[in-house]
Design a binder for this molecule. Sequence first.
Ligand code: EPU
Length: 421
Amino acid sequence: MEKMVIEGGVPLKGEVEINGAKNAALPILASCILLEGKSCLGNIPDLTDVTTLCSILNVLGLKTEQKAEKSLDICVEDESGVTAPYELVRKMRGSICVLGPLIGKRKRAKVSLPGGCVIGNRAIDLHIKGLEALGARIKIEAGYIIAEADELKGAEIDLAGAHGPTVLGTCNVMMAAVLAKGRTVIINAAREPEVQDTANFLIKAGAKIEGAGRSEIRIDGVKELKGVEYDIIPDRIEAGTFMIAGAITKGDVTLKNIRFENLTTTVNKLREIGVGITGNNGSCRVFGSERFKPAEITTLPYPGVPTDMQAQLTALLSVADGVSTVSETIFPDRFMHTFELARMGARIKTENGCAIINGVESLTGATVMASDLRASASLIIAGLGAKGVTEVDRLYHIDRGYEKIEEKLSKLGAGIERKKY
Ligand code: EPU
């Protein structure tokens, strides 16, 4: 087992390089199932989620080869496999993104149901609805989603769900539709930059897709897609996390390899809280202030405040003046981190998908347990800003989405160390 030991209270200073976006890399890697020939993907982050997906793709007959740092060659060698096994899928909900490409290209798929998730219900009804509309026959049997089709045909599909659009559901339907016969129109599509990046990759490979990044996506099926070279967009959630780490320590941090335009709502919220941010596409500077102002935050689908930034923002607001509220509309139960933050002195009450935060002067170090990826980031941020030593346990969550986080934070001056025990 590993834990992160953090000596809090050191202002972070210097430059940090942001890696490629996990949530774009995953569907883009999966969409390589659809392609003929080799692709070379750049800006691939070194994360356990990426390794897990590569293992699933290897089982499905794709060869993956790391040629240089952050760059991966990938191509289909054998199309006979259609099973994504439970042993791998259970490690990562995002594995569901192989379902669309498998049914789209191989006309059969057997993908394990990912199972429970600590951030709340992760339904797949919209994925199934979309793929069925394209002509797939889908059943759930012995813990697996089993999909079959003779031919996929374009259709008009409304992917609106009770909590807004679905990111990977949109990717799955888009990936299945690119080789289908005729036109598919996705209404209420997710507009996240990662969906757009997946579409841009597919377009470069020969797909006909219009409207990605907007709520209506039109796809005209083509006969074949070819391997290409492509660079994944920078990770807006890693960027936002480092912004808050810089702010809570009252530091002065410059972020490199970012797309500022994808960070607009996070940046606006942080500015409202009192964080100094200047920047443009490519890089930005973040500097903290002596005290932070309270805020009302509601997570929403893009371009709203991302649910994947909620835990980190909650950590920052726990040391802001006055009362803040954080409403979580995407995953209303995603508040496990608040109970751990409370162990560090935060005053947070949660009810009905909302956290009410009474800001305190400062947090104090404690031993805390990470429950999921963004909760780990929130606890590390809290530890960096706290008085004394914080130990974050169940560290494996952080490596799913943050590349060498302790190295990056150490370079900024943080007192942080990964310890085996
Ligand atoms: N939903 C349904 N039915 C479905 C699919 C989703 O009701 O068939 C609901 C979900 O239960 C949730 C909402 O719709 O309430 C949004 O879920 P979505 O499908 O958009 O989530 P996802 O695609 O499974 C991706 C990211 C998550 C991120 C969410 C929301 C990846 C690999 N994962 O998940 O990222 O929180 O979108 O933006 O892209 C993370 O990186 O830490 C993470 C959890």
